[in-house]
Design a protein around this ligand. Sequence first.
Ligand code: SF4
Length: 483
Amino acid sequence: MLTTNPFDDDKLREECGVFGVYNAESAAAVVALGLHALQHRGQEAAGITSWDGALFHSHRAMGHVAGNFDRDETIRALPGRVACGHVRYSTTGETALRNVQPLFAELAGGGFAIAHNGNLSNAIHIRQELVRRGSIFQSTSDTETIIHLVATSTYPTMIDRFIDALRRVEGAYSLICMTPEGMIACRDPLGIRPLVMGKLGDATIFASETVALDVCGAEFVRQIEPGEMVIVSDTLVRSIRPFAPVAPRPCVFEHVYFSRPDSVIDGHSVYSVRKAIGAELARETLVEADYVIPVPDSGVPAAIGYAQESGIPFELGIIRSHYVGRTFIQPADNIRHLGVKLKHNANRALLEGKRIVLVDDSIVRGTTSMKIVQMMRDAGATEVHMRIASPPTRHSCFYGVDTPERAKLLAARMTVEEMAAYINADSLAFVSVDGLYRALGEQCRALGRPSHCDACFTGEYPTPLTDHEEIPDQFAMLEPVPA
Ligand code: SF4
């Protein structure tokens, strides 16, 4: 099997998206629509759990939302007016059905379903303690730790036990939970991962991104604030603040790459921020060239911003085929290397003899950038200047994003000049951390408290990293069990 999407394979990948509906006709069908709009946040697996007033029903499967939730009989098997769902790309826990969310458990007080976007940075530490005390884990997902903490809490009500559990965990969590009493949506005190609330007639909706509200015809109400818990039961929507207040630190990479450009994250249009980053990039790293060329698709808004600010014409120098699936089985070894051209191809007629600025959102391992630069040179470009709409990614993420170990991040082991030579570009430059903050309409990072998590650029993590510090190989415990 060979991937035919070479430009997307060398990216940081978001772990998950969550979506919940309370009080809608065929809630599972609405959740399937919402998850479809969040597919970019996780393509490995999808799941929906519904509540029909008496029983919970669940369907979880490997693969995309379409294909797993596009049949009437699948949706009919998820009856009820309350449902939540999840799309997943794993960072902790192996690729296996037992890790696909929503996770569900029968607890004292009734069933409990949970869908989690983020990653707990002390889950292994807590898990070891729980296992010593007799808990039996069914998955290798960090999310299951929350279920066991709720199960073993001694507080009287489900809400109190849930709050008790969350006060013990560190890291990033945007959660949607279902109990027989109602639906709970909660964002960690720093608000690292996004979560919004919407309205569809009488139904209350929760979603990772506003685009999922748009797709199912719901109206945006507001974002769930960092540290806020919203509880919906019958016709009542209650908001509580169960954590000590801290300054929020939402993930800045949501603006750079993860979120869809048609979403609004923490009050910012993702598309506008990406264009503004491109304009900052042009001001900071201007170079003479004939065209600005985006790396599709995620480099497009920043390239537009770069072109508008610099006055260099924006052109499509790489054309994407929309008729190729994510993977394609190659019939013979001798044409395997041609697979990379199935999805993207250089626009030779445009590029021949031209100096180009190639704009991408990030460089992770550098393997993709090297291939794209070579593709531009093979098509006749005389100069290739690479411009990156984020600062160098030098540190791993522990908050729900798939990052290679630090040693594999190109920027962690090379200077910018060495990276330029490695990818064979005539020049390479990144937007500065302050430029990124200016694009968000905020003051330079150095002048105030950082308003976002930017740890993958700066190494300044906003929470303790208990598992990472105590267990140097963070994921050792969660590796697949041999067959
Ligand atoms: Fe986002 Fe980077 Fe912070 Fe992870 S480390 S939450 S990717 S800014």
